[in-house]
Design a binder for this molecule. Structure first.
Ligand SMILES: *[C@@H]1O[C@H](CO)[C@@H](O)[C@H](O)[C@H]1NC(C)=O
Ligand SMILES: *[C@@H]1O[C@H](CO)[C@@H](O)[C@H](O)[C@H]1NC(C)=O
Ligand SMILES: *[C@@H]1O[C@H](CO)[C@@H](O)[C@H](O)[C@H]1NC(C)=O
Ligand SMILES: *[C@@H]1O[C@H](CO)[C@@H](O)[C@H](O)[C@H]1NC(C)=O
Ligand SMILES: *[C@@H]1O[C@H](CO)[C@@H](O)[C@H](O)[C@H]1NC(C)=O
Ligand SMILES: *[C@@H]1O[C@H](CO)[C@@H](O)[C@H](O)[C@H]1NC(C)=O
Ligand SMILES: *[C@@H]1O[C@H](CO)[C@@H](O)[C@H](O)[C@H]1NC(C)=O
Length: 389
């Protein structure tokens, strides 16, 4: 993919990734604080089994929910990209009004979010097919992104992607989490960056490196650094026919990793959604290690993007060798070729890393404790007064 983020998005104020830390939960002298969690404006984080992870420097953290995109409110915080496809697809990306009016974007009665290519209109030769490309209005700097979907688009000439992308391509970085063409069965994860970012050979991931290790998008013709997943249910017909599943992308100071679980194998901590724990998920399908690429400097201010395009730089250029019938241009004309070109999304959740102990300053600690103490005492006094009265 290749991204152009509308300027308006870049002007939005957004939340930096959570770096604030909570006071130590094991500080027994102040156990009573746990009953007054809102005093210091932090979320109540009960110690749940298995949800805490330990960073390389020994500090504990957990992933807590930052944004949930699902159901009827799913489309509230996205902008529809309605300009020409930067990847030269035979596509007309519609504005929101057209997408909703033409049934290309909607939410079903049972809260499944649908985005699709037009599968009802016959096109004259050379015309472009309507489809959807949306970008989150919130921009992210690190996070754990978990997409639960029943179906991802596929089919001859179809090229969908679920990805994140920063400004000033490729300098803000691009992370392609779910991407493929035609009736491929193996998902491809790809990174595009400015010069100086490389995949680490012999790293601990289960997929296979596609081509170059160099992720530099400024090199002419460089397709980025990519990893294809080993699972034949990670994209296309088998992903859809067994009910889809979950794609998770973790981006933090430890690198950028992607996991993919088919529906029957989704870890329980993802399903229950409180505080997913990637350290228990086994090796990721794909990973960009900090040994070869600084994940905090090569990637920033990312919008989340979904799109479906047709033909173009990847699906068009690979069409002749794909085993698909005819030409890609002919393929685009017939709407019945696009019955499987649909996203069916249950939820997209973004979690932020919450450090549990260590980085709060002692001055902040004293202030928090004094504030808590004052409220505690005044509550006690009030209760006492009411009792006396
Ligand atoms: C934690 O695990 C123990 C033993 O497996 C169980 O008894 C307890 O209920 C669990 N606590 C929570 C909060 O899940
Ligand atoms: C794209 O769709 C819009 C809205 O339906 C339409 O006005 C426009 O002419 C289309 N563009 C192309 C190139 O077909
Ligand atoms: C892969 O994991 C092993 C075992 O945890 C570790 O020793 C090795 O350094 C890791 N390789 C890379 C490239 O991080
Ligand atoms: C990210 O966005 C913020 C706020 O607009 C801006 O100050 C910062 O320079 C941006 N960072 C990069 C690397 O573009
Ligand atoms: C759509 O998916 C079904 C079920 O896998 C398959 O039989 C059919 O050939 C697909 N149609 C197209 C146009 O890809
Ligand atoms: C178009 O796609 C939708 C969603 O996948 C499907 O429900 C519908 O039956 C398709 N329409 C046609 C005419 O194939
Ligand atoms: C551990 O590393 C994280 C991330 O770099 C940092 O926020 C935290 O303060 C560190 N903890 C200690 C005790 O150095």
């Amino acid at each position: 993919m290749y991204c152009t983020i509308p300027l308006s998005l870049l002007l939005l104020v957004f939340l930096p990734a959570g770096t604030a830390a909570l006071p130590s939960l094991s500080d027994s002298a102040f156990n009573w604080r746990s009953s007054l969690p809102s005093l210091w404006g932090k979320r109540d984080i009960e110690k749940r089994n298995g949800s805490f992870e330990t960073a390389a420097n020994g500090t504990e953290f957990l992933w807590i929910i930052q944004d949930t995109y699902e159901g009827k409110s799913f489309f509230d915080r996205w902008s529809f990209f309605d300009q020409g496809d930067p990847t030269h697809g035979a596509v007309n990306f519609t504005d929101a009004q057209t997408a909703f009016a033409n049934g290309l974007a909607y939410v079903t009665d049972d809260n499944v979010v649908i985005m699709k290519g037009d599968n009802t209109t016959w096109l004259p030769a050379g015309a472009v097919r309507e489809s959807v490309r949306i970008s989150s209005t919130t921009l992210y700097n690190t996070g754990l992104f978990i997409l639960d979907l029943n179906r991802a688009p596929w089919g001859c000439g179809v090229w969908p992607a679920f990805w994140t992308c920063g400004p000033n391509w490729p300098y803000g970085g691009e992370i392609d989490i779910l991407e493929g063409v035609h009736d491929n069965e193996h998902n491809q994860v790809t990174w595009h960056t400015g010069p100086g970012c490389n995949l680490t050979p012999n790293d601990n991931f289960t997929g296979s490196v596609v081509g170059e290790l160099d992720c530099d998008g400024t090199i002419s013709g460089n397709p980025g650094c990519g990893i294809t997943e080993w699972s034949s249910a990670s994209y296309g017909p088998y992903f859809d026919s067994q009910g889809g599943g979950v794609f998770a992308m973790k981006w933090d100071e430890e690198g950028i990793a992607v996991w993919n679980f088919y529906r029957a194998a989704i870890p329980e901590d993802i399903t229950d959604g409180n505080s997913p724990n990637p350290s228990g998920w086994g090796q990721p399908a794909a990973q960009l290690s900090p040994q070869g690429c600084n994940p905090l400097s090569f990637f920033s201010n990312h919008s989340i993007i979904f799109d479906i395009t047709f033909c173009g730089d990847w699906a068009g250029n690979s069409y002749a060798t794909s085993g698909c019938p005819g030409t890609c241009a002919e393929r685009v004309q017939d709407p019945s070729n696009f019955v499987n070109a649909s996203w069916e999304i249950n939820s997209l959740k973004v979690y932020e890393k919450q450090w549990v102990a260590g980085s709060i300053s002692s001055a902040e600690r004293v202030i928090l404790d004094i504030r808590a103490m004052i409220l505690f005492i005044s509550t006690a006094l009030l209760v006492g007064l009411m009792g006396a009265w």
